[in-house]
Design a binder for this molecule. Structure first.
Ligand SMILES: CC(C)(COP(=O)(O)OP(=O)(O)OC[C@H]1O[C@@H](n2cnc3c(N)ncnc32)[C@H](O)[C@@H]1OP(=O)(O)O)[C@@H](O)C(=O)NCCC(=O)NCCS
Length: 143
């Protein structure tokens, strides 16, 4: 998998929204609203592509303050999950965040994905809560 940033509003961005819909929204019976997507213009969008040039992984970084960035929308194509792509994408995003001088990563992990982030050095902060109809945990890591 080759990982590089993509730009909001491009065909690659549309491909990333389709992947996010497939992996993160349709299974919950939800979809993105135009208003939600319009807010993503200033985010950092990091995508992974297979040898055929098809997008198979996506992750978004949203700056929260000078030192803190939020990781969102981490999704690996269903047939490729469990092969190390998610770990590679998260680690690449951490290096990218550091290069932008961020020192603190935060995220809202689905309960089912908490073990994945624990393995990557993230810690649970506070109590579980509900988001997009399912249980989540707030997690963080010093970069
Ligand atoms: C969660 C997700 C991003 C993980 O990516 P992945 O490519 O499947 O995970 P990896 O193969 O890189 O796994 C890295 C390690 O975490 C473990 N892991 C990954 N997902 C896990 C899970 N759901 N439960 C327990 N362990 C998990 C792997 O076993 C692996 O462990 P190892 O290093 O001991 O071999 C991916 O499965 C996915 O897109 N899931 C559906 C969407 C989702 O839940 N996104 C996260 C929203 S917060």
């Amino acid at each position: 998998m080759t990982i590089f940033p993509i730009t909001f509003g491009t065909p690659e961005y549309d491909e990333s929204v389709a992947l996010r819909n497939e992996v993160l929204r349709k299974p919950l019976g939800l979809e993105f609203s135009p208003e939600q997507l319009a807010q993503e213009w200033s985010d950092i969008h990091l995508a992974g592509f297979n040898n055929a040039g098809k997008m198979v992984a996506i992750l978004i970084l949203t700056p929260a303050d000078e030192h803190t960035v939020k990781m969102r929308q981490v999704a690996i194509a269903p047939t490729l999950q469990g092969q190390g792509l998610g770990a590679k994408l998260v680690q690449t995003s951490e290096h990218l965040a550091r290069s932008h001088n961020f020192r603190h990563m935060v995220l809202h992990a689905r309960e089912t994905a908490v073990p994945f982030y624990l393995k990557l050095g993230y810690q649970i902060v506070g109590e579980p809560f509900e988001e997009v109809t399912i249980p989540h945990a707030k997690m963080e890591k010093a970069l």
